[in-house]
Design a protein around this ligand. Structure first.
Ligand code: NAD
Length: 249
């Protein structure tokens, strides 16, 4: 299997897309650390039921000490860290509202989790990857920052920042043989999306894509598995859009 022997951390792995990535990466041979501020027992149970190895770790990605503990626990249990999927974000449960009605607290919270969290998790795993001779960071951005969706200004800006961080860190970490990439999904039919976005808007977005449908979680899992594998070893600094042709990037 193409991820045999690899140790992968997936943040935000308790539900939604993070859970799907964790299960798929394990199915491709990786030993997976499922990390979230929510309980990842369900994710780990799915992986173990398929005969693979996984560990649940509680983490708040916005908290420095918590991210350091995540990297330490992973290395202690599995001896190495090969891949980090920075998937955790404040997305599900956000209340769409005009930019001038967002509170400073709402703005700061989204930035703290989505941007600072991506930076902190990367910073926490970096020494382990560097010591081992390399690694792969997969950030989860969104095509939302390319298309400019209204009523989610803080979230949209945070995903643009994730792309910027991807470019900056690709340059900085490349010398340590750590390649940093991002995946930018289009509107994906997870519970987080359908709970937040009106059906009329979801359908209109589908019609704007070249392939005339929104993203299904299945469309993303294989891309993340490919980016975690050696097959993609010379992709670095890329933001890979997976949106059926919504934003051409
Ligand atoms: N669903 C979409 O349409 C879509 C599109 C583009 C990008 N994305 C991105 O994909 C990722 C997953 O999306 P989803 O639809 O599964 O959303 P989701 O809200 O269901 O999942 C986010 C996960 O992150 C976790 N999380 C939040 N704050 C955290 C923190 N401080 N520390 C640790 N974990 C934390 C949540 O508990 C949750 O499990 C997110 O990065 C999202 O921005 C989603």
């Amino acid at each position: 299997m193409r991820l045999d022997g690899k140790v992968v951390i997936v943040t935000g792995a308790a539900r939604g897309l993070g859970q799907r990535y964790a299960v798929r990466l394990a199915a491709e041979g990786a030993r997976v650390v499922a990390a979230d501020r929510l309980d990842c027992a369900g994710t780990v149970a799915q992986i173990q039921a398929a005969g693979r190895e996984a560990l649940a770790v509680a983490v708040d990605v916005a908290d420095e000490a918590s991210t350091a503990a995540l990297a330490h626990t992973t290395a202690e249990r599995f001896g190495r860290i090969d891949v980090l999927v920075n998937n955790a974000a404040l997305y599900g449960g956000l209340e769409p509202k005009p930019f001038h009605q967002l509170t400073v607290a709402e703005w700061d919270q989204v930035m703290a989790v989505n941007v600072r969290g991506t930076w902190l998790c990367t910073r926490a795993v970096y020494p382990y990857m560097a010591r081992a001779g390399g690694g792969r960071i997969i950030n989860i951005a969104s095509t939302i920052y390319m298309t400019g969706v209204p009523l989610l200004a803080h979230y949209t800006a945070s995903k643009a920042a994730v792309a910027g961080l991807t470019y900056a860190l690709a340059r900085e970490l490349g010398a340590a043989n750590i390649s940093v990439v991002a995946v930018a999904p289009g509107l994906t039919l997870t519970e987080a999306s359908t709970g937040m976005i009106r059906p009329r808007y979801i359908e209109a977005t589908a019609q704007q894509t070249a392939l005339r449908r929104n993203v299904e979680p299945d469309d993303l899992e294989g891309v993340v598995a490919f980016l975690a594998s050696d097959d993609s070893r010379f992709i670095c600094g890329a933001v890979v859009t997976v949106d059926g042709g919504l934003a051409f990037h």
